[in-house]
Write a protein that binds this ligand. Structure first.
Ligand SMILES: Nc1ncnc2c1ncn2[C@@H]1O[C@H](COP(=O)(O)OP(=O)(O)OP(=O)(O)O)[C@@H](O)[C@H]1O
Ligand SMILES: [Mg+2]
Length: 491
């Protein structure tokens, strides 16, 4: 074996770096912790050892023998173990077809950490370990070290925030993060919209953790899912904003208003007032329905991309797709022995397609892998899996079942919209206005179109306005279709 040449730091330092930042991640070597957007990432100790070795020598190739000798000291291991852990690591870091690149395989030589990396000598990874939930601080405010863009300037002051800790990482969504990064610091009001369970809250929270550096007066979060009426909304928002520093009040700050659809009118009124009165305020809203305020910019969250039937032959192919990554991560969390094999790849793709690439449903079905196995799960989806009523644990009531999630929207619909949704559930595929008129010959057309437009604005029906010369085409997510079909006809 070739002798390994000693590592000479580029500039003399007394201690080797103990922390590294790359992308949204921060790695503490001493504490053996990895954070993404300030939140702890669950990572096995071998994968962490590998990551540390690679990051410490970022930009240089580390040989396979050396990696195996250091990560499995004193044992003889197969190269497949190394490959498996590298694959796991890439998945944890969110490497995908269009995602960031962190680890390159240098054929015949070894692996190289290729992402831009910054070494810190004295930082404390716990400073960005999330919000009050993690640290239990009295005021609920966390002074966060700047991340992402701001990490390149080590003298940047800390940004205060009250973002709650996230327990799991966000898979995929890099395009949406890029769009939000371009919009949120530039616009005053951005609304992240889309159907229930599509990941609006997950994306908004992760994004807020990434843009701390853009908002020197802090990033303030209020979950409105359990508030009712203007008094409670104002209370929740002023509670969050009261944490804001009072010096230089006009410096930019971000208010994230999460889960607003059930109180949309009152939220809209409050946001209009706040934007008029508070100069530095930027607002990011998550809601199944837009506020429809002047200046509002909408970002619509589509399903996670699912590969076509012939697109995935191997597990490695499949893991390039975020929907499948999410399934595999949740399945592995529910069943420790779960190993994603090549034979699973097309089946899991099929399962993800059946639930429309919707993260909520993917999590719901992946949690059943321990009881049914991957093939069994697909069989049960064909044959009576209780998709709508299968319960999840440890989540708020409105997310306990898919039925609860859909009730949350359905219960706010007026009678004609409920009736139209029921009728539309009879279409197996997409449909256009004429198909609806044919289905409902006795209904006035303007009424049908008004209800259809309301269902679209509430994210209950998806529309493709550029579908072709025949005009817009409409579609229900399969889960919404199943749900609506269970409702009695009201006319
Ligand atoms: N990209 C993702 N990666 C990992 N998990 C995700 C992702 N998107 C969503 N999830 C998970 O899916 C579930 C539903 O997501 P979330 O609560 O963000 O949906 P939502 O669109 O805000 O729904 P609602 O309209 O009901 O508020 C959560 O458990 C969330 O953690
Ligand atoms: Mg939400």
């Amino acid at each position: 074996m070739k002798p390994v040449s000693p590592q000479l730091p580029r500039r003399p330092i007394v201690h080797p770096p103990s922390e590294f930042s790359f992308g949204p991640f921060r790695l503490s070597v001493e504490r053996r912790r990895l954070l993404e957007d300030g939140q702890p990432v669950r990572i096995g100790s071998r994968a962490l050892d590998l990551l540390t070795l690679l990051v410490e020598r970022a930009g240089r190739v580390v040989g396979k023998e050396e990696l195996m000798a250091k990560v499995w000291p004193g044992s003889v291991v197969e190269e497949t173990s190394l490959r498996f852990h590298i694959t796991t690591l890439r998945r944890l870091l969110g490497e995908g077809a269009d995602g960031p690149r962190y680890i390159a395989n240098i054929s015949g030589r070894g692996y190289c950490f290729v992402a831009e990396t910054r070494a810190d000598e004295g930082g404390n990874v716990d400073d960005i370990a999330g919000g009050a939930d993690v640290r239990g601080g009295g005021s609920g405010v966390v002074e966060a070290k700047e991340k992402t863009k701001a990490m390149s300037t080590s003298s940047a002051p800390p940004t205060p925030h009250n973002l709650p800790a996230r327990l799991t990482r966000v898979v995929g969504r890099e395009d949406e993060f890029r769009r939000l990064q371009a919009l949120v610091p530039a616009e005053r009001l951005v609304t992240l919209t889309g159907p229930g369970g599509m990941g609006k809250s997950a994306v908004a929270l992760a994004f807020a953790g990434r843009v701390l550096g853009d908002f020197p007066n802090g990033v303030w979060f209020a979950d409105l899912s359990s508030v009712l009426g203007p008094g409670q909304i104002a209370g929740a928002v002023s509670h969050a904003l009261a944490l804001r520093p009072t010096a230089q009040p006009d410096r930019p700050f971000l208010l994230v208003l999460d889960n607003c659809e059930h109180v949309i009118t009152d939220v809209t009124a409050l946001v209009a007032t706040l934007m008029r009165d508070l100069a530095g305020l930027h607002v990011l809203v998550t809601s199944r329905q837009a506020l429809q305020l002047g200046g509002e910019v909408l970002v619509r969250l589509a399903p996670l991309a699912v590969p076509g039937p012939a697109e995935v032959q191997t597990a490695a192919d499949a893991l390039r797709h975020p929907a499948i990554q999410l399934f595999v991560e949740r399945a592995a969390a529910s069943e420790a022995r779960f190993e994603f094999e090549d034979t699973h790849a097309p089946v899991v793709a099929d399962i993800c397609r059946r639930v429309d690439g919707m993260p909520f449903s993917i999590e719901l079905v992946a949690a059943q892998v321990d009881a049914l196995g991957v093939h069994g799960l697909l069989d049960r989806l064909d044959d009576g899996f209780p998709l709508l009523t299968q319960a999840r644990r440890g989540v708020p009531e409105r997310h306990r079942t898919l039925k609860n999630l859909l009730d949350w929207s359905f219960d706010t619909l007026a009678a004609p919209e409920r009736a139209l949704l029921k009728h539309a559930s009879t279409f197996g595929d997409s449909f256009d206005q004429n198909a609806l008129f044919k289905l409902l010959p006795c209904h006035p057309r303007e009424g049908v179109l008004r209800s259809l437009s309301n269902l679209v604005s509430r994210s209950m029906v998806d529309v493709d306005v550029d579908a072709g010369p025949a005009g817009a085409r409409y579609r229900l997510l399969e889960t919404t279709r199943l749900y609506a079909a269970t409702k009695p006809h009201s006319d």
